[in-house]
Design a protein around this ligand. Sequence first.
Ligand code: ZN
Length: 232
Amino acid sequence: MNKNRKAVVLLSGGLDSATALAIAAAKGFDCYAMSFDYGQRHRFELEAAKTIAEKLGAVKHLVLPVGLGDIGESALTADIAVPKTRSDTDIATGIPVTYVPARNTVFLSCALAWAEALRAPDIFIGVNAIDYSGYPDCRPEFINAFERMANLAIKAAVEGNIRIHIQAPLLYLTKAEIIKKGMALGVDYSITHSCYDPSPEGLACGQCDSCRFRKKGFAEAGLDDPTHYAKK
Ligand code: ZN
């Protein structure tokens, strides 16, 4: 398999990135998990990322400060209300205010820097283009373009020492398929955090896009949803 082959794995603390880490670990990679303190409005996902990295056996977990909050323009970093109970039609059209400007480009660029330093040819990212909010930096076109750019951008690739592969194993899976795959690999989803607008105690709202995709995923997979929801 991939024994002694290193991979950088982007880990937000949510359901998808936890599954991507479990997949990379199951493929035999030595996993270097990377999270970002990017000015998100709550800390619960970073706490979740730490626990997940430990439980899934990451060799190292790096939390990098990247001040996207100073740029604002997103409901996840600025004082803008997170949309709740959107209709399926609304979710299927347009890009909501929870989009963070250029987030995955910034995150993948940081992962690329670490990958070059580590001589890690593989970068895992848990993006998904099926059950998602339509963010442009979650689409296959973006992932393919970034991979091409990465191999033009870094010294280690230009000198022929590594070739970067952006691995997006969840790209074409439904949320239910992602959950089933993760459960088969032993992911404990009760420790993952997906909600965009949790209570002060860290309980999920159950109504934002992220909560709704997650709920639907567990329902369609026919599995109990271990998420801790706030009582209404
Ligand atoms: Zn929520």
